[in-house]
Design a protein around this ligand. Structure first.
Ligand SMILES: [Fe+2]
Length: 403
């Protein structure tokens, strides 16, 4: 009697699982995450990543707090990402002509006619309200990464910048599972205190790039960076956050050479020299805390980019790659100066810290092996950068005046 009851229960459970699988209720998740291809005040890019069974083909969105706002619909076929197994369907919905500083709700319709739950995002205000964002690099998928993301979430940033070495898959299609884990962490924690998804601005690092010959297209050399994150088609770009900040992402010789960015960098800074704060973010430090000062990339960046930073009085630069915490003295052409730039880093947003080696070179104000990220707050009076550790404790702070 007992045995037949057990057998019947098992059979019913099995049938339920089969029904759920075939009805699509049990599928691998679709990850939904935000980037920007254009202006952060009036656009947003909703990225979706799915396995082939079910995937978004349409987005419906409207302003949250305006009952008269119409529902907008944007339909788009996904593209196949076939170098992974299973293949992925990637869709990129760029929403434009949005109002600055507004919350929007959206749902995604799948190829099977179902809708996701309602999600939200927020455009960046352009009316002088303070700006607040998190920046760090070298994240990966070790347990410290989601712990730091959880602390970042508590600080309610408007966006997060990662200065390269995001997942550590090395551009290898066989490591697609690492992105699944990273996206699971990202989508779990990158939601603000009003349930809006928090956008990502991603710079490139050495661990985004595989060993293919540079003659291959950049989309093959850094396949996940270019296909999973819809941003700019280049690895160096800028974003303007009115009226406070010109944010510049640079490529430390991973896809594009340092010299090939010089004219572009000069022009961007010349044309935007009115911003009170200019912040470059790049992967390899000019003032390393762990690696040798004379490393080839560090030395070339100092030779080619540093004079431009100094000419336009860059406020603060975020460096990564060395897996430490560091704050330099205010430096101009390598010499301590009140008119200089403070270099903050050095990329320890989830990876294991390394030893500090360059104290004796004199440019480090403070450095240690602490996992952390930086919280940056900017208003018309000042920029405040706070280093936050894995427990959420602020253990360093620097205040910078407008240029
Ligand atoms: Fe790196």
């Amino acid at each position: 009697m007992k045995r037949s009851f057990f057998r019947n229960s098992l059979l019913k459970f099995g049938i339920l699982i089969v029904i759920l699988v075939f009805s699509g209720c049990i599928t691998r998740p679709t990850y939904v995450y935000l980037t920007w291809q254009n202006d952060p005040h009036t656009t947003i890019t909703v990225n979706t990543l799915s396995t082939v069974r079910e995937y978004p083909i349409e987005i419906r969105y409207r302003e949250l707090n305006n009952p008269n706002s119409p529902e907008n619909i944007l339909s788009k076929s996904p593209r196949d990402f076939t170098i992974t197994e299973p293949h992925r369907k990637i869709n990129t919905f760029e929403l434009t002509e949005l109002k600055p500083g507004e919350i929007y709700t959206f749902t995604l319709k799948t190829n099977k006619g179902r809708f996701t739950k309602e999600l939200k995002f927020r455009t960046i205000p352009n009316d002088g309200k303070p700006l607040r964002f998190v920046v760090g690099g070298d994240m990966g998928i070790l347990p410290s990464a989601p712990k730091l993301l959880k602390q970042a979430q508590k600080l309610n940033p408007q966006f997060v910048v990662i200065g390269g070495d995001i997942v550590y898959e090395n551009g290898d299609p066989n490591k697609d599972w690492m992105w699944d884990i990273w996206l699971k962490h990202w989508t779990k924690y990158m939601i603000d205190n009003e349930d809006c998804l928090i956008p990502l601005i991603a710079g490139i690092g050495n661990h985004e790039v595989n060993e293919k010959d540079p003659s291959h297209p950049s989309t093959e050399r850094a396949p996940f960076y270019f296909n999973y994150l819809a941003q700019c088609e280049k690895t160096y770009f800028y974003k303007k956050f009115e009226p406070h900040l010109l944010l510049i992402l640079l490529d430390s010789n991973h896809i594009v050479s340092i010299s090939d960015q010089v004219n572009w960098l000069n022009n961007v800074l010349e044309q935007n020299s009115n911003y009170p704060f200019i912040i470059p973010v790049y992967h390899v430090p000019m003032y390393p805390s762990h690696r040798p000062f004379d490393g080839a990339i560090s030395a070339e960046q100092r030779k080619l980019w540093l004079p431009i930073f100094d000419k336009y009085r860059v406020s603060v630069a975020f460096e990564n790659h060395d897996h430490t915490f560091k704050r330099t003295k205010s430096l101009r052409n390598g010499v301590v100066s009140s008119e200089g730039t403070v270099y903050l880093g050095d990329g320890c947003f989830g990876v294991s810290p390394r030893e500090i080696k360059n104290h004796e070179l004199g440019y480090l104000e403070k450095a240690s092996g602490i996992k952390h990220f930086w919280l940056v707050e900017i208003d018309s009076e000042k920029l405040t950068a706070k280093a936050v550790d894995i427990k959420g404790k602020v253990f360093d702070e620097v205040i910078i005046s407008p240029r």
